[in-house]
Ligand binder design. Structure first.
Ligand code: ADP
Ligand code: MG
Length: 216
């Protein structure tokens, strides 16, 4: 029985398109004192799955948004569900290629059928209008099916019009659906990478990206 569960999990993860595996146990909460640890632990129970509740992780680069998204995705897979990871840009490109090749329906299923979809890096690049409407289709379809999204973004909701190809109406329709049932986490604070470099006494790699806290 246990062996079968392990085999199923291995197969699920093989097709989950994860960039790397990071677990919640590896997340250093002391580095992110503003983050509500109990809320993350509540999410890790998987209750959001039956509630069809989205998880929205907002904050600047390097604060652990993707790490947390992957941890929660791994937890979901361990609970026996199908999961999938993609970035907003990757999703848009693959759907748009599918349109050109007349197989949109099948490609949409990749993003709408898994119990949880991580949609990473919404807003790192503004989408073209055609791409924005494809992203909207995924958001709308998952909303109808009560299938949660775990979304990460470096942009505040007020900036989403720009992200959605300059279409404020589409952005607000997407946000209405996403926020209707959602836990929104604002992660602030210093980039973990820069923090590690600072603690090692190394100057930041780019002069235009200084550490957000003064060097001790
Ligand atoms: P973001 O997605 O917010 O840009 P990432 O999740 O990619 O940031 O984090 C950058 C790197 O730093 C990753 O390797 C991640 O595992 C690590 N990291 C970030 N925050 C923490 C943390 N609080 N504890 C442990 N590792 C962290
Ligand atoms: Mg990230």
């Amino acid at each position: 029985m246990a062996a079968r569960q392990r085999a199923t999990l291995a197969l699920t993860l093989k097709f989950a398109n994860l960039p790397y595996h990071k677990r919640l146990e590896e997340f250093d909460f002391t580095a992110q004192p503003g983050l509500d640890r109990r809320l993350i632990e509540e999410l890790a129970t998987g209750r959001f799955l039956s509630e069809g509740r989205n998880i929205i992780l907002l904050g600047p680069p390097g604060v652990g948004k993707t790490h947390l998204a992957i941890s929660l995705l791994l937890r979901t897979a361990e609970l026996g569900h199908r999961v999938y990871f993609t970035s907003a840009l990757d999703l848009a490109r693959r759907l748009s290629k599918a349109v050109a090749e007349n197989r949109l329906h099948r490609q949409l299923a990749v993003f709408t059928q898994p119990k949880v979809l991580v949609l990473d890096e919404v807003g790192y690049l503004d989408l073209e209008p055609a791409h924005a409407s494809l992203l909207f289709q995924v958001i709308a379809k998952r909303y109808e099916k009560h299938q949660p999204l775990i979304l990460t973004s470096n942009k505040a909701f007020g900036e989403w019009g720009q992200v959605f190809g300059g279409d404020a109406v589409l952005a607000s329709a997407a946000l209405d659906r996403l926020r209707h049932r959602a836990t929104v986490l604002h992660i602030r604070g210093e980039s973990y990478r820069l923090r590690e470099r600072r603690q090692a006494g190394v100057a930041p790699a780019h002069a235009d990206q200084p550490p957000t806290a003064p060097i001790a």
